[in-house]
Write a protein that binds this ligand. Structure first.
Ligand code: ATP
Length: 688
């Protein structure tokens, strides 16, 4: 290393003094970059202070236009920084124009880096800062490492950097992620780490950007599915490719001209619809590319109507898929749907699932989706905030399916102490250990035999247990402590309040287990997103035996309708329960005195925390309700059953339409910053 450094220094001296080429001392790509830097007029010996980084509203504008990149990059940067913490290094995210958007690093090193403006708002374009990892990786469109004296400008020679570009779903450059540190901190893995981080950002972004579309995950090895190296393709309803990550582009030799023109089924030479038919989108199958390469893949059908549409086309569902180990499990319910058109009422039997439909469109869609799979063995994953009714839905799915007369066994995966996991879940043979029951114990999993195993809070399951559970799910056998393995048969429903994809990306959740439990997933809306608040309220009143004709005082009702309900239906149910208990004698109106103190404070506080734009919206909506002039910006119909934040969001979206998507104009009209507008336009996080 010292030898290399002195060689480089000597070459640099000869280059400066005698104009000799650097080609012998530098890797070919870097030598080219030096040539470009020199031709661009960058002064290698420049010792002047670098220009101040961009700040204020100009920086805000750049950050605004990279909102999505930042959102998907930040968790990955946290993860990456965690790996290099304390090694006098930093992680840098820059946009497609080499502008630094975000940095994360050791304080001492961040200060040092700031002296050469390796900080937020600074530009590291190759043609102004000479050869450097950020600018050169963006120019080359590939990962680049630039160590010490390989930097064109002498002032940057204290840096050792590795950067990898981040691509959009259509193969354009979105930005770059870089690891920079002192020479001591630099090691051969940093380029690989930066590259992996770029892939993780792309994958997270790609999956979030197309929730409605079918996604095909590919890898030459089955274990590669779910890893940062997997290929991902996005398919439109008509089978056309509309997005891909870099890994998939390399595997299938795709170019940007393939987007919106390539029919994936033809390119892969495989009937993909079969897998969409198959109701088990995460089941792994294999295909062979025309060149002979074998790829393993699984299909996630997204929220697309593809599945229903192709059934309506009358396509056959084969029992097995050529070249794959996947067995299609035709659902009796689905076959009935496909064979004859039915009215909506006929498709909604009065089963336990139907009981849950209280009129909200999002919830109704969830129920309809779940109904499609209750007759198959496809593992269901239910995601949603705490208290949104995940367990209630799981029970209803069980009660509406063929296993309804068998046990429903719920396990809270986060609550079992490590020391009890083994015996609690897997059971033990008679006399397996001192203190064990003489008759032994079946264990929770065997208790579910024939029925449904509900794995609640699966995202919080310890890693050791994940490995054991995966084996049980794969082999469908349980090995009790001190006993022989026993076959078990059960349907699996899992639930979590966190984003399992993130947990997988952060290494907290096994990717293979994720694919195993995520046969079909539904996202439950938060209560604040539901429009059936009054119906739910009535139902809860009835379940708490409130006297006939019990009503809500209008003022309290208005406050409740505007409230955010962070505890969702659980919090609403508790409120109803308390109110019913506090109603006295022949009282028939629930009012503020019937509300617990903490709840009353929360209801009142939520109004005092309205933002200025929410207050403006509320005033405009009230004026509108009283027959006053309708404010142009708040043209969206007022919907008092929704929380104020959502109503404001809706109105801002309407304003965006009115102003042809011009954020600056909307912001000006409302008298708020563009960032405020972006904040309201961002989809509300409903999980985790
Ligand atoms: N549709 C509904 N009608 C009446 N009560 C409901 C409904 N959905 C949920 N609840 C009530 O809300 C509470 C929370 O429901 P549940 O336990 O299913 O939520 P969860 O999402 O599983 O919560 P957590 O994530 O905290 O486990 C329960 O008391 C349940 O009875």
């Amino acid at each position: 290393m010292r030898h290399e450094t002195s060689q480089l220094q000597q070459a640099r001296r000869q280059w400066l003094e005698q104009g000799q080429s650097m080609a012998a001392a530098l890797d070919g790509r870097l030598a080219q970059s030096w040539l470009r830097s020199s031709q661009a007029g960058v002064d290698p010996q420049d010792t002047r202070d670098v220009p101040d980084p961009m700040s204020g509203s100009r920086l805000s504008d750049v950050l605004d236009s990279n909102v999505e990149l930042l959102a998907h990059a930040k968790p990955v940067m946290d993860f990456l920084y965690h790996q290099i913490r304390g090694s006098r290094s930093m992680v840098v995210l820059a946009d497609a124009h080499s502008m630094v958007l975000h940095t994360q690093g050791d304080r001492g090193f961040l200060n040092k880096a700031q002296r050469v403006a390796l900080s937020q708002g600074a530009c590291w374009k190759e043609n102004s800062r000479g050869t450097n990892a950020i600018g050169t990786a963006l120019f080359e469109r590939m990962p680049v490492r630039v160590r010490g004296g390989e930097h064109f400008m002498a002032q940057n020679a204290f840096l050792h950097c590795a950067a990898a570009p981040i691509f959009t779903a259509q193969g354009a450059i979105a930005g770059v992620i870089d690891i920079s540190g002192e020479p001591m901190a630099s090691h051969s893995h940093s380029l690989g780490m930066a590259n992996m981080a770029a892939r993780m950002i792309e994958n997270s972004w790609l999956k979030a950007a197309y929730p409605q579309h079918a996604r095909i995950h590919l890898h030459p090895r089955v274990e590669g599915l779910g890893s940062a190296a997997e290929g991902i393709l996005i398919m439109r309803d008509d089978g056309c490719l509309i997005g891909a990550n870099q890994a998939a582009m390399h595997m299938l030799r795709l170019s940007s001209s393939d987007f919106s023109s390539t029919i994936l089924q033809e390119r892969l030479q495989h009937r993909l619809q079969v897998h969409l038919h198959n109701r088990a989108p995460a089941e792994v199958a294999a295909l062979r590319l025309p060149g002979g390469q074998r790829l393993f893949f699984c299909v996630h059908s997204g929220h697309t109507q593809l599945f229903a549409a192709s059934l309506a086309d009358g396509m056959e569902t084969p029992a097995t898929v050529a070249g794959s180990s996947t067995e299609a499990v035709p659902s009796p319910a689905v076959q009935a749907d496909a064979s004859k058109p039915q009215t909506e009422a006929a498709l909604q039997p009065a089963d336990a699932l139907a009981q849950l439909d209280t009129g909200d469109a999002q919830w109704r869609a969830v129920v309809a989706k779940v109904r499609r799979i209750v007759h198959s063995n496809v593992p269901l994953l239910i995601q949603g905030e705490s208290g949104t009714g995940k367990e209630v839905l799981a029970r209803a799915a069980h009660d509406s399916g063929p296993r309804r007369n068998k046990p429903f066994v719920a396990i809270n995966c986060a609550a079992i102490p490590e020391s009890l996991i083994e015996s609690e879940l897997f059971g033990y043979a008679p006399g397996a250990y001192t203190g064990a029951l003489r008759a032994g114990s079946l264990g929770r999993i065997r208790e579910a035999d024939g029925g449904t195993l509900f794995l609640d809070e699966i995202g919080d399951m310890p890693l050791a247990l994940q490995t054991r559970l995966l084996r049980v799910l794969q082999e469908r056998t349980v090995s009790p402590l001190g006993g022989d393995s026993v076959k078990v048969d059960f349907a699996v429903i899992s639930a979590t309040h966190c984003r399992l994809q993130d947990a997988v990306a952060q290494g907290r959740f096994r990717a293979d287990l994720f694919y195993r439990i995520n046969g079909f997933n539904v996202q439950l809306p938060a209560l604040r997103e539901r429009s059936d608040w009054p119906a739910l309220w009535q139902r809860l009143l009835a379940s708490h035996q409130a006297p006939e004709g019990t009503q809500l005082a209008p003022d309290l009702e208005a406050a409740m309708q505007r409230y955010d309900w962070p505890g969702n239906i659980r919090q609403l149910a508790n409120t109803v329960q308390t109110a019913c208990a506090l109603l006295q004698g022949d009282e028939r109106v629930i009012d503020w005195p019937h509300v617990a103190d903490d709840m009353r404070m929360a209801l009142q506080k939520s109004e005092s925390h309205w933002s200025p734009v929410e207050r403006r919206y509320h005033a405009a909506a009230q004026a509108q309700a009283q027959g006053g002039d309708e404010d142009l910006l708040f043209g969206a119909a007022a919907s008092p059953a929704r929380p104020i934040k959502q109503q404001t969001q809706q109105a801002i979206a309407a304003a965006m339409l009115a102003f042809n998507g011009n954020v600056s104009q909307v912001a000006r009209q409302l008298g708020v910053s563009r960032q405020t507008i972006y904040r309201y336009l961002r989809p509300t996080k409903s999980a985790g």
